[in-house]
Design a protein around this ligand. Structure first.
Ligand code: SF4
Length: 89
């Protein structure tokens, strides 16, 4: 199962290269207060992390780990600004 199954195939091209393809999706949706270390580790080695993060940032209601960020991180303005700067380098 994929984190991105509900999206049209045409929009999933980069997702076929996801490091999390076939992984346990529960890792990406931890209970409140639990740091999703295994998911973040997977994202750190993912070749499409930038695309994934941009995808998540464009969908502010999306919850879970995407592109190496947690829901909370994506909703924190200072973290968003830092991610934007690093993407521009
Ligand atoms: S960055 Fe993380 S959530 Fe996104 S595709 Fe890669 S492994 Fe999956």
């Amino acid at each position: 199962m994929s984190l991105f199954m509900e999206y049209p195939a045409a929009e999933r091209a980069w997702r076929n290269r996801a490091a999390c393809k076939g992984a346990d999706t529960a890792l990406f949706f931890p209970p409140n207060g639990v740091r999703p270390r295994a998911a973040l580790k997977m994202c750190a080695s993912c070749e499409v992390a930038q695309q994934c993060r941009e995808y998540a940032e464009a969908a502010p209601n999306l919850v879970g780990v995407f592109g190496g960020t947690t829901t909370r991180e994506r909703s924190t303005p200072s973290v968003r600004a830092r991610l934007k700067r690093s993407a521009e380098l």
